[in-house]
Design a protein around this ligand. Structure first.
Ligand code: GLU
Length: 449
């Protein structure tokens, strides 16, 4: 879809000229501008106020080097980042990603998406994102600890519980957050709310680990319920066996769904009878599930190095929970051809722009954007901040109830925007417009910031 309004076009062209190599950032901004483009004609003051420029441009980007020593005594240098995108709705809030692919453009896309996502949660959260091109894969525990300590030595100058509250993302789980928090404490003293996603033993919240995956299923249930459907008996394809994919699979199964295929970086595993998730979790080796080994337990299963999205597997629901741009137009068509009617993003921007367009044009396809459907993680991070501030520790049930309420509210918000703007079931555009209106209201309330 093209941008039609001169203002959206101008904003995009300026960014494309200034940041030609920041592909993911330009993509995320383009998708957003496509959604808000139709309302620009009725909002002539936005251009004068530079609303769009102020919305897509981060308030601050911090970039620093991270020196660390491996177990052999070799010194390495990685690049660290924190993009503090928006403080309009509260302290900067968002995860840290440790992955070889990390660069400034990826950090900027994630921080921008986070701004809209955090607005949708209804919690007082601004947005940021950070991380490093360091890959924890194959590194020893000691190496990871030393890396985290070095990373935090610099990051600690830029965060605190009132200013900026990082959490996890790809490559950063409770172990890493624990090491990061330990170092933060040595440098700046005890401050429970400086990071979220902390281990339970270190003032973390019950339910945070499961939150993104469970939240994704709660959102999916609401989306199905709007069409008078449930998860019972539905066949699911899920990419990613990390924190998000695995917990989504477990919750989907608990709700009567049949997870027929799962994938990770090694390949994809298909079992027409439904995967035994207990067996799969027992196949964890060095932090990653050995999908190929499953065949030893269930001979009918089929492991392939092909992408799960390129395989001819019949299913009704797809949950991409791995990473950005994992689904292209051809894969999107493949899903439609094999019966997939619903897709909810567990990852951030797993559909490339062409795939989004394929789905938007397909009458049989309903899909939910990550900024709405994967907001459960950051929502429970918000609840962790509340608990830390109140010096309380809520029960798992209380956190889960709150999570369900928040995910259902996010769905209602997207649905209401779809009604207001006559978008049918284009929840992606609905989410962007609802978040946009909320952030614009905060911009207008705060003057020229
Ligand atoms: N990285 C997660 C996300 O993409 C969680 C962020 C957080 O908990 O602050 O939303």
């Amino acid at each position: 879809m093209l941008l039609n309004h001169h203002y959206t076009k101008q904003v995009y062209d300026q960014l494309a000229k200034r940041y030609p190599y920041q592909r993911e950032y330009l993509q995320a901004v383009h998708a957003f501008l496509e959604a808000v483009d139709p309302i620009m004609a009725s909002k002539p003051t936005y251009q004068k106020q530079a609303i769009l420029e102020r919305l897509v441009t981060p308030e601050r980007i911090i970039s620093f080097r991270v020196p660390w020593m491996d177990d052999q005594g070799q010194v390495h240098l990685n690049q660290g980042y924190r993009v503090q995108h928006s403080s309009l709705l509260g302290p900067y809030k968002g995860g840290l990603r440790f992955d070889a692919s990390v660069n400034e453009g990826i950090m900027k896309f994630l921080a921008f998406e986070q701004t809209l996502k955090n607005a949708l949660t209804g919690l007082p959260l601004g947005a940021g994102k950070g991380g490093s091109d360091f890959s924890p894969q194959g590194r020893s525990d000691q190496e990871i600890m030393r890396f985290c300590q070095s990373f935090m030595t610099e990051l600690s100058h830029h965060i605190n519980e009132k200013l900026d509250v990082p959490a996890g993302d790809i490559g950063v789980g409770e172990r890493e957050i624990g090491y990061l928090y330990g170092q933060y404490k040595r440098l700046k003293g005890v401050e429970l709310g400086a990071l979220t996603g902390k281990p339970i033993q270190a003032n973390g919240s019950l339910g945070r680990r499961q939150a993104t995956g469970y939240g994704l299923i709660y959102f999916l249930e609401a989306m199905l319920a709007a069409d008078k459907k449930t998860l019972e008996g539905q066949r699911l394809l899920i990419s990613g066996t990390g924190n998000v994919g695995l917990h989504a699979a477990l919750k989907a199964q608990e709700k009567g769904g049949l997870v027929v295929a799962l994938s990770n970086r090694s390949g994809s595993l298909y079992d027409p009878e439904g995967l035994d998730l207990d067996c799969l979790t027992s196949l964890k080796e060095g932090g990653r599930i050995n999908l190929a080994a499953y065949k030893g337990h269930y001979p009918q299963a089929d492991f392939s190095t092909a992408s799960i999205w390129a395989r001819p597997i019949e299913a009704e629901i797809a949950l991409p929970c791995a990473t950005q741009n994992e689904i292209d137009a051809q894969m999107a068509q493949n899903l439609i051809d094999h019966g997939v009617h619903y897709l909810a993003e567990g990852a951030n921007m797993p559909l490339n722009l062409d795939a989004q367009h394929v789905f938007n044009q397909a009458k049989t396809m309903t899909w939910a954007p990550g900024k709405a459907s994967n907001a459960g993680g950051v929502a429970v991070s918000g609840l962790e901040m509340s608990q830390n501030a109140m010096r309380q520790s809520w029960s798992l049930d209380q956190v889960d109830q709150e999570l369900q309420t928040i995910m259902h509210q996010i769905f209602d918000t997207c649905q209401a925007a779809c009604q207001d703007y006559q978008l049918g079931k284009n929840y992606a555009a609905g989410a962007d417009l609802a978040a946009f209106n909320q952030v614009v209201a905060a911009i207008e309330a705060q003057g020229l910031v």
